[in-house]
Write a new protein. Sequence first.
Length: 555
Amino acid sequence: MHMRNKACFLAALCLLLPASGALFAIEERTLTFSGEEIWGMADHRSGLSRADMVRPVPVLLLSSARAFAPGHGLTADLVLSFDEGDPSRFRDAAGRYRVSAGPLLEAVDRRLARSGEGAAFFSGGSPAAAAASFQGRLPGGQAAGAALVVEPQSPSALFAANNSVRDFALEFWLHPLAMENGEQILQWIAMRPGQSALAGAGFQRIAVTSSRNRLDWSFSGFFSSPDRARSIDVAFSGVTPLVPRTWSHHLVRFDADTGMIEYLVNGRPEAIVYATSTGREGGEVYTPLIGEGGSFVLGGAFSGIMDEFRISGGLAQDAVPRRYPLAGGRIETRAIDLGAGQNRVLALEASGGSARGSSSVGEFRRGGDFRFADYSEMQFFVRASNNPFRWDSPWVPVTPGQRVPGYVVGRYVQIAVDFYPCARGEATPFLEELSVVFLRDEPPLPPSRLAAVPMDGAVRLSWRHSPNPHTQGYLVFFGTADDEFFGEGSSLGPSPISVGMRNEVVIEGLQNGSLYFFRVAAYSHRGAGHLLDESLTHHVGEFSNEARARPLRGR
């Protein structure tokens, strides 16, 4: 954080003292925070992350990390985000599967990832390795080469042994390097359950391989009849060729009510088949029955990047997950202390822009309306209070570089920024720097050399004026106990008494023989009546020295 002080006296802002007609200075100040500092001082943030590669300094932008949002009957079964940064730390976020990375598997950072902080890079692209990928598994479920082995470790996992599965969805993002024929993206192998009762006893298998720049899917012995006496094989392929070095989203979902298996690429249906006795809609539905000792092998013979591999229980409704959620994100700073006094927020200043991915900047600007050509945008809000734990004032929308509408006044200020992606969810706004410009109205310094002279039923007080040029008057506090200034009964009213700009006053109506204690404080707003209104007491400066006097008859 750095502070630029700009002393703006009469030439910048002049305020008229109501009593004397004199003019005094108010100091304009600016507090500036970098994106990294805003991140660290957040009281609340959601849907955002900090990035180091968009600009030379860290910025704030929407997080592309895809949170699994339950809904539409979905249950997170397997969630591999690959955001851990190290293949040895890849984990199933749902906690149902054990993950083991081969020694040649690598991780890439957010610059190459589709979502979040990272992705998995596979370099086992030799087509000849496809047949050996499952046999390449090491004892104890460990992965060989560049593969990733995923095994159920909880009975609640959909692919745990002997589970009967109904609706499910399997999806992932793929970024192939060359997409050669025979590259193996995914393989699942298990022993068929009750194989003695099934025709063609042996392995149960799911395989996803490349052919003619498309993905071929095959389910062998995976779907079983309702009586579990028979199984069928199902196979299908994509239609649209996949472009090397380009991200594509693949989703397969199974509807247990109809037996329909739908394959979508980038949200577009590529194939629809039926796991039924007739192979068409309306036949007897076959559903998955999971065999013994099953495990997934990801990227056993694939060259490229994979991200956000997920399995869910239920039918996935979002056919193409967006890079950034359309709901956007928000950050709210903690209470920023502008210093003692009644400070008025004049404006917010900001710099930022829009970005696609994590490093490509679309637009950049300082101040003004942060709505960009791709329809991503940021909205700014501010509010102020004299209590950092209570915000009675509403959020005020602000355009950076323009005057804050109305009066936003207080010792503490809080700033909020809403981030919204472009209409397709592929671009995010980013915030690089944020400043708050305010008028600093500090309480005046206390008067000095307060003296009290006792009189008959009265006390004469005198003091030296406060050195502050913007002092507008003085409050006299009195009472009959040390530091307890709740005196009453004087001819000028109860404590505290506003005496204007005088520096000498006689307080009458006091009790002879009682010891009175006095202090005086300067204030920077016009004194009117008994000045205990909260909006004014925050402009009252510190007490002067204490003076004591005992009124006595006959003096």
